[in-house]
Structure formats: C-alpha cells, structure tokens
Design a binder for this molecule. Structure first.
Ligand code: FAD
Length: 456
C-alpha cells in the first residue's frame, strides 16, 4: 500500500484544480464516486484522488502530480475491466470518461478516437459513412482497454482483431512526455500497444483503420440446453472451414435466473445475405431452435445483439484460448452444465479468418493461433454466493485447460486474482523480452501497474 501525506495531497489537489479543464475529486465527493465506478461489483477500489481529464494537457498535468506525490497511476477508459484494472487502490486515477470524441476521415479510411471513448461513441460516427472499426460486442465497453488487450468481435474474420486496426496512437508517458506510436514515431511502441495492454502510457488518441460495412445477416438462435453438445460440435465443425465473413459465437446460459437457460448461438455474416443463408440453415439443422431471429440487420443492430450488462453485478471470469473445440473439449464443457450455482454463462468465441492470417509479428497479442476463446462468465449479485460462482467459473477454465494454447485465457477477461506471473507465461519469452524493452523505455519504474503487468 502506498503511504502518502494527506497535506501533500491537499496541496496537489488545490494546484491541479486550478490548472485542469476537467476536474479533480477526492473521497467523499460525488464526482469521485463517478470517476472510480467499475463494472465489477466484486471490487471496491479507492484511489487517493481522481483527475477527470478533458485534454492531453490535463493528462500530462495529472501524471506530473502523480510523480510529485510518488503515486502509481491507474487509467480508466470505459471501466469494464473485470479485474478492475481501470481503477487502482491508493493510486492517482486518470479518468478518461470526459475524452470521448471521434473524428472520421472517410477518404483516408481512418477514425481518430479519444482515449476514453466507448464503442457506442465510435459505431454511430463511423456508420454514418458506411464504415466500421472491428470492435467489441458490447456498446459501453471502452475502446481503450479492449484495443490494448486485443479485441474480439463480429468483424474479426474480415477485419482482424481490434488491435490489428490500430495504426497510430498518441500517448502521455508517466514522465509527462507526449509520444507517438507508429511509423512517424515509435513503431515498436505501436507493436506493444497491439495487445500489450495499458503498460506504456496514457493513450489519448487511437487512430483506427476503417472498413466498409453495410448491412449484415445476423441474430440469435436459442437451443434447448439438452442440445448443447450437438450444437457446439456443429458450430466447431462449421467454423473450421468458415469463410472470413462468418462469425458464430455461443453463449450457453446455465442454471436458473432472470434469463431462460439454453444454448445461445449468435450469428454474424459480413457478406451477401444470400450467402449467409446456407450457414444459417446449417446451424438450424443442428437441433430444433427454441427461438430464431436471424435476419438482415444493420451493423449497429449486430453490435446491439448482446444488449448491455449493468454496472455493479459481481463478476468472476476464467477461461482459456484453446487450439480447437474438439468433441472431447465440448464434452468437458458440457459436464459442467449441471453444476452451476445460479445463472452463469459459458462464452465461446472463435478466432477466425483474417485474425488468424495476419503476421503474428505485427502485434504483441499472443493468441492468434487459437481457434476459440472459452470463458466461464460467473455473474451474480448476492455476496453470500461469491465462493460458489468463483469455483464454477474456475471449473470451466479447468475443464478446457488440456486444450489450452498458452496456459491461460484472454487478458481482457482475466479476474482480479490472476497470479502476477501469468502475463509473462501468456506472452512467451520472445514477446515478453520485446515488451520489457518498450516498458523500460516508457515506464521504467512501473508507474502504470494496474494492467496485465509487464514488469520492467
Ligand atoms: C460486458 C463486457 C463485454 C465485453 N465484450 C468484449 C468483446 O466483445 N470483445 C473483447 O475483446 N473484449 C470484451 N470485453 C473485455 C474488454 O475488452 C475489457 O474489459 C477491457 O478492459 C475494457 O476496456 P475499458 O477501457 O472499458 O476498461 P478499463 O477498466 O477502463 O481499463 C482496462 C485496462 O485498460 C487500460 N486502459 C483503458 N484505456 C486506456 C487508455 N486510453 N490508455 C492507457 N490505458 C488504458 C486501463 O488502465 C486498464 O489497465 C468485454 C467486457 C465486458 C465487461
């Protein structure tokens, strides 16, 4: 725990308040409560002070204050990290939720996205030009954390991971220096930002590649929970030879709760609807769907398929990138369907198409060769059930561990108690060495440590 003299904090708060265009807040204030809001109700982290920034200069000043107070810095983008990485206990919190501008250049096919934007800021702005950034599947998750950790979504097959579309970034380093990641700045830093997390600086601007994106064929099918094994085996077969346009995820809802349990199949086809129909019919033939709303829809409707999850529920997510969904992998998952303590979800996301073909050397993201990301999403509200849900989520991870590509899951889904050495294991020796070099250059004293931490 960081020990800091309260009178030093008061002096810094008074000084900063007169300088920043955003605002500074401390415990007890309403703005502080808003700034430190995190998605996961399991966590309750209290920074020493929060600086809600409006400009790059605000960010620079906040980082200078952290240096004066000798405080580590946490950076909140959309606040969705299940590990609660966006808000660090005893840190100076740089809250980016006021920095959400999106500027689209349809001719250059680039979007400049401010560091605290969420997908609901990006998608309408890009879609008004018939374009899209391959993003995440929930509108209120942050572009920041999602891009820096990888980014798995509906356009992964035709557009790659979100981080593959990051072509340039502007950062403020803990030393208060503004640096550019990319061809006109530090290309190795750009490589590190594509999957290496928020380890190197506060990204104030993400420049993203845009793709043409008209209407899609998509929607949701629900199958009876008893049909889960047939359905998962079937979609694993389909995805092995899938065209780039096809992405099929599955969300298996188990147990009892406000939503009907069942094997959910989420379907998105980024090509002509007439081509999509044969894959849709192949899914429909796997078992008899309980419901089926597949249809032509706008990209924004595809992005809205999952709806939103409210902040404040309790979350413990655990899983693995797996080499494939073999019938034995599916059986191992299905053995856990009966053992759930309440309503939970097993999420199966394919890595497919372009995301698997892009040269792995272009990004720090380590799991491109996986075919699926399988995660037990423990989601509940009653604190007295914490242990049961945590164990259930871990049991999903244990079930698929024999097929794990890297011995761990997606860093963007990691829980708060993942052991510190996990990042090193996931990146492997070569990537880890490169990432450490970049870390040493930009954050040698590990001021930015609330992330999948790369220790310099
Ligand atoms: C409901 C839900 C749905 C999700 N859906 C998807 C999905 O479809 N695909 C997918 O790939 N992932 C998904 N995720 C995971 C998501 O990618 C991570 O939770 C990610 O961390 C969210 O980013 P954030 O900016 O909202 O998080 P935060 O909690 O704000 O930050 C997470 C990490 O990123 C760092 N960070 C954020 N912004 C910046 C910045 N500008 N500069 C430097 N560091 C920064 C933070 O310091 C922290 O370490 C989902 C998560 C949730 C909870």
């Amino acid at each position: 725990m960081t020990v800091v003299d309260q009178s030093d904090v008061d002096v810094e708060v008074a000084r900063l308040s007169g300088l920043v265009e955003g605002w500074v807040s401390v415990p007890g204030q309403e703005r502080y409560a808003t700034a430190r809001r995190t998605f996961n109700g399991l966590l309750d982290r209290r920074p020493v002070l929060a600086v809600s920034c409006r400009t790059v200069d605000d960010v620079r000043r906040a980082l200078e204050s952290a240096t004066r107070l000798d405080l580590p810095v946490s950076v909140r983008g959309g606040g969705h990290s299940v590990a609660g990485h966006g808000v660090g206990a005893d840190s100076l919190l740089v809250d980016l939720s006021l920095m959400r501008d999106v500027a689209v250049d349809p001719v250059a096919r680039r979007a400049r996205v401010a560091g605290g934007a969420v997908w609901n800021d990006v998608d309408p702005a890009t879609q008004s030009h018939g374009l899209a950034v391959p993003g995440g599947t929930f509108g209120d998750t942050g572009v920041g954390g999602l891009t820096l950790g990888g980014g798995i979504g509906w356009l992964i097959g035709t557009g790659g991971l979100t981080c593959d579309n990051l072509v340039r970034a502007e950062l403020v380093t803990p030393a208060g220096e503004v640096v550019v990641a990319g061809q006109d700045g530090d290309p190795e830093l750009l490589w590190a930002l594509r999957g290496g997390g928020g380890n190197f600086g506060v990204v104030t601007s993400f420049e993203m590649a845009l793709h043409e994106r008209g209407p899609m064929f998509g929607g949701r099918l629900l199958f009876d929970i008893q049909d889960t094994a047939e359905v998962l085996d079937g979609i694993a077969d389909l995805m092995r030879d899938a065209p780039d346009e096809l992405v099929i995820q599955s969300a298996v809802r188990v147990g009892v709760g406000h939503t009907q349990p069942g094997c959910g199949v989420l379907f998105a086809y980024a090509g002509p609807p007439e081509d999509a129909r044969r894959y849709a019919d192949a899914v429909r033939r796997l078992a008899v769907p309980v419901s089926d709303d597949l249809r032509v829809m706008s990209y924004q409707d595809v992005q809205g398929m999952n709806g939103l999850l409210p902040f404040g529920l309790r979350h413990y997510w655990s899983g693995h990138f797996v080499t494939d969904l073999h019938p034995e992998t599916v059986s191992a998952v299905c053995e856990r369907l009966e053992q759930t303590p309440g309503l939970n979800t097993i999420l199966l996301e394919p890595l497919t198409g372009l995301a698997r073909r892009i040269d792995p050397e272009t990004a720090a993201f380590p799991a491109r060769e996986a075919r699926w990301n399988v995660t037990g999403l423990g989601i509940w509200s009653d604190p007295s059930h914490d242990d049961e849900h945590v164990s259930w989520s871990r049991s999903i991870s244990q079930a698929v561990a024999p097929w794990s590509l890297l011995g761990g899951g997606y860093s963007n889904y990691a829980a708060h108690d993942v052991p510190p050495g996990r990042a090193q294991t996931m990146f492997g020796t070569e990537r880890w060495t490169r990432l450490r070099e970049v870390k040493r250059r930009h954050d040698p004293t590990n001021v930015l440590r609330y992330n999948a931490n790369i220790t310099a």
